[in-house]
Every structure is written in C-alpha cells, then in structure tokens.
Design a protein. Sequence first.
Length: 410
Amino acid sequence: MLKRNMLLAILVGLNLRPSMAVIGPLAHRIQQDISASFSQIALLTSLPVLAMGLGCFITLRLTRYWDMSKMVAMSLLLIALADALRLQVSTNHGLLLTALTAGVGIACIQVLLPILIKQQHRHQAPLVMGWYVAAIMAGAAVSAATASWLTTQLGHWQASLAFWGLLALFAWGVWQKRWAALSQTGCTQSHPTEDQKSIEDHNSRAIPKPSRPLTKQARPWLLALFFGLGTSGYTCVLAWLPPYFVSLGFSEAQAGFTLGYLTAVEVIAGLALPTLASYRLDRRRIMLPTLIAGALGFVLLAYTPLSFTWISLTLLGIGIGGIFPLSLIVCMDHHADPKTAGAITGLAQGIGYMMAATAPWLAGIIRDQLDQWTYSWIALAILYGVMMLIALRFNPQHYARHITPPPQAA
C-alpha cells in the first residue's frame, strides 16, 4: 500500500504548480497581449499563493464536516476548471480570476494531503512527503520548460495555460478510484527507529495541559515565519527567473529552460534531503547546509548571473527544493497526533503562504521602479540567513515544551 499511496501523492502533487509556473516563461507574451506591468503580472503568482494561505484556514474548518479524501477530489476538479477557463481568457482580470480559483484548490490539497499521509504512514511520512513535494516541483519544472514549446504547438498562450487542466482531470479520476479503496485497508504501520521511539515517548509524557489554541502559542508562529520566508524565495524565482534571464539576453525558450533546470534540481533535492533527514528526528544537520546553498545561490544570481548561471541555479535548486519539504516535515514533527500535526502544518502554511504572496509583487514593484532585479535577489539571500537562525531552535527534544494540543485534539 505504501507504493500505491506514494504514486497517488505524486500524481496529485504534479498538479499543484503548473497553474503558476507557466506564467513566468510566457510573461513577455502575456504583457504584450494584455498590456500589463511587471507588478500586475506578479499578481498572477501572488494571488494563487494568497489564496493558498487563506484557503488553509478555511480547509481546516471544513474538515469537521466533509470527508478529506472527497475534498481532495473536489480540489482537483477546481484546478482543472481554472485551467480550462484560461482557454477563453483575454484580459488581466480574467487571468487573475482563474489564478485565484486555482489557488483555492491548491490550498485545500496542501492542507489535507499531509494529514492523510501521516494517517496512512506514520513513521514513513517523511519518505512519502519527500516524493509528494518532489512531484510538486516536478510539475513546476515540466510546465515551465515546455510553456514556450506548447504555445508554439497549440497556437497561442491561452491554450498552453489551459493544457494543464487535462492532467488535473486525470488525477481526479485516478484519485476517485484508488484512494478510497486504499484507505479502507487502514493505516500502514511501519517500525520506528530507536531515535523516533525515544523522542515520541519523551513528547507523549511531556505534553503540557491544559490545552490552548495553536494561534495563541509562539512555536506555530515561528514555524509559519520559517515556512513563509522559504516560500518567498520559491515564489519570487517562479515568477521572475525567466523574465530576469530574458532581460539578460536569453530567448523566451532559453529562459523557460533555466526555470525548468532549477526546478529539476529542486525535485532531486526534494527527494534526497528528506530521505537523509528521515534517519534522525533532528533535521537541523540537513536544514542548515540547505539554507546556506540557497543563500549563496541568490548572491551569485544577483552579481554573476552570466558567469555562474548553472552553479547559481544548482545552488538555488538545492536550497529552495530542500527547504520546502524539510519545513513541512519539521511542522509535522512537532506532534505525534496526525490531526494536531496537520493543524500545525495548516497554520504554518496559511500564514506562510500569505507572507510569500507579497514577495513576487514587491519584487515586481522594485523592478518597475529601479529597472533591475539585484536588490530582490540580495534581499532573499538575507532572508535565508534569518532562516538559519530560526532553524537552530528546532531541537526535537524540546518540541513538547513548545506545542500544547488544541482543545479538539487533546
């Protein structure tokens, strides 16, 4: 069952980024057709991310009334609908509406799937999460790399944007048939390591009472800040890396390939680093080098983009691709109960995505006003330095001190 559920998680994950990733490589064509500024184009990435943030809070409330697997199916249909509507869109407002609609569907899945994964595979959750997050990045890589080619083949950029609705529709059909059957078999029980046993025993004994809402505790907000800063780097790169290289003289196809290459490295990092981190519950030994790679990549991108293009992209792929799944895993680590861990992760994603939604928009404003991207890349390098300081505080021996279960999970 582990392999089948992993394949389902991969298929769903592939649908969570194409709606946004195809915008950057086609930004120049879209700007020409709808007369949009850089800050307006940035909203096509920022709005879905904002919807992802707000949708996290709504989704957590809806789980009290609706079955989670059915909500995932509905969300896949919502993404398919948003992509399909782009076939007829010819205005900035229409594109923004489809971006917002896709963001709602993406938000719902990103809250629910980690909970379902932890319920099904308690001790193997980091492994499944690694493949799921790698699939998210793979979806971004393939859609970005093929955006220009699909536009040429299909005749116009609207069709290229709408194409990815077919993948979401296929994922919906497979999910409907397979997940319900697999979930009826119950949770897969894996054998914890001695390190996992000792930490979980310690945490189960140390859970403080009485319970308090997560929003009134400091640690979930710190996790949200950590997730938001890391995701800000991802959203800025997703939105502005291709236009940045176009401004340096690359063709539209070449610029799309740079994003495709970077996200391909993210896929590898998203698989390898969580796997390495799964051997011990203290994830800091993996997180800190990952953050250093990301910060260095942003510095090289700002000052030597042509001399060290592929080195900077590789470092960014390691940093961005590794820290995204690791930040989710650390959130899930903070409590053994799947619903409580899911609530922590949902809160961190909700706040974090709302933070990250402003990053491409601010970078677009900087580009409009100063006619360069350097300041944005350096600012992101500094943010990764701040994340290193935060990561030092994630000692799993102390998780139980920082998280009191919310009333409904106590």
